[in-house]
Design a protein around this ligand. Structure first.
Ligand SMILES: *Cc1c(COP(=O)(O)O)cnc(C)c1O
Length: 356
């Protein structure tokens, strides 16, 4: 346990302001919603503050019902987590032991490997193809000791998706002793018509769990709410090992309201689509290689990723270096508001011209 390395989050704005003495700092490092939280969620939060002396509803009954109804399922299929990362953690806690392994892709979301290591297991990684999860290679890596397959669709930090045909081939070959986790944190942003919505594959598959979150398109990363959709037996297992009040009172109130704020979601998609168009055009103008994205961020090849990250910091722009994801020549850049994107491009142009 002492040898494990904790997750390295994006640098907070205040830290950069303090360390570099900068006032005007833009954070494009954590794939957050640049429009802020839903105004309806903020209003609900204000109303809930006076109830903070009370414990929250430990079963998150109203919120669970609302999410279930949204997906046309019974509440028994829904499990709420303190962010979807709590659910990743609980899944590893339930299914991984020393001697057992989990399978994912190289360059996958970093938390997968961390939670497996914390449960004493080993992560086996299959190579990517074209910056994309290769589900055939992932299926081939499964062995008798595999208990979990982690899939991010779209993946973070590549922004790519695997397609329906590859997904169906994987489902057909994976043995019943393996839990398949389809992490769809960026589901709402996807535009590819061949993208498989994993929720449509739940029937008859008790080992499949689909994860969604309120951290990304709903703009509520600071509240920490994600959920899993799965067979009731899987939901029961998760409930048996979670903390009794894992969704706090403010979070329950805010998410209930945010789910009705269709206008905020629509505006977010619009800002993201415009940002993608602008950034792609500018990356091409600068001669910078980028991976086409199905999410709200870009993986961009810049040379020395850490050096460019540091140079951009001095211009007041926080991005994410990717050496930890075995992409030492890349940074990950979240799509921001138009003025934030312009500030990033102006800084990147200067940094690349000077050589970081
Ligand atoms: C951001 C992200 C999540 C969401 O994490 P939360 O704990 O719900 O904030 C999950 N998976 C991936 C791949 C992500 O990028």
């Amino acid at each position: 346990m002492a040898a494990l390395k904790p997750y390295e989050p994006g640098k907070p704005i205040e830290e950069v302001q303090r360390e570099l003495g900068l006032r005007d700092v833009v954070k494009l490092a954590s794939n957050e919603n640049p429009l802020g939280p839903s105004p309806m969620a903020v209003a609900a939060l204000r109303g809930a503050i006076d109830e903070l002396n009370r414990y929250p509803d430990g079963g998150s009954v109203m919120l669970t019902r609302k999410i279930a109804a949204h997906h046309n399922l019974s509440p028994a299929h829904i499990f709420l987590g303190c962010g979807s990362v709590e659910i990743l953690n609980l899944l590893a806690y339930l299914f991984i032991r020393p001697g057992l392994n989990a399978v994912t892709s190289e360059h996958a979301f970093a938390i997968y490997e961390l939670v497996v290591a914390a449960s004493g297991g080993v992560t086996k990684t299959a190579p990517m193809k074209d910056y994309t999860f290769d589900l055939d290679a992932i299926g081939a890596a499964v062995d008798a000791d595999t208990r979990v397959i982690w899939l991010a669709n779209p993946n973070n930090p590549t922004g790519t998706v695997y397609k329906r045909d590859a997904w169906e081939r994987l489902l057909a070959r994976v043995p019943d002793h393996v839990v398949i986790v389809a992490d769809e944190a960026y589901f709402e942003f996807v535009r590819d018509p061949d993208y498989p919505n994993a929720l449509e594959y739940l029937a008859g598959r008790p080992q499949l769990i689909v994860l969604r979150t309120f951290s990304k398109i709903f703009g509520l990363a600071g509240l920490r709410v994600g959920y899993g959709v799965a067979d009731p037996e899987m939901v029961n297992l998760l409930n048996n090992v979670r903390q009794p009040f894992n969704i706090n009172l403010l979070a329950q109130a805010a998410v209930l309201a945010a789910m009705d704020d269709h206008e905020h979601v629509r505006r977010t998609l619009e800002v993201n689509a415009q940002g993608i168009e602008y950034l792609e055009r500018e990356f091409r103008r600068l001669g910078v290689e980028y991976v086409p994205t199905q999410a709200n961020f870009f993986l961009v090849e810049v040379g020395d990723g850490v050096a460019v990250f540091n140079a951009l910091l001095r211009h007041g722009v926080i991005v994410r270096p990717m050496h930890g994801y075995k992409f030492p020549r890349h940074v990950r850049i979240s799509v921001g508001l138009p003025e934030e994107n312009r500030k990033l491009i102006a800084a990147l142009e200067q940094v690349l011209r000077k050589g970081a």
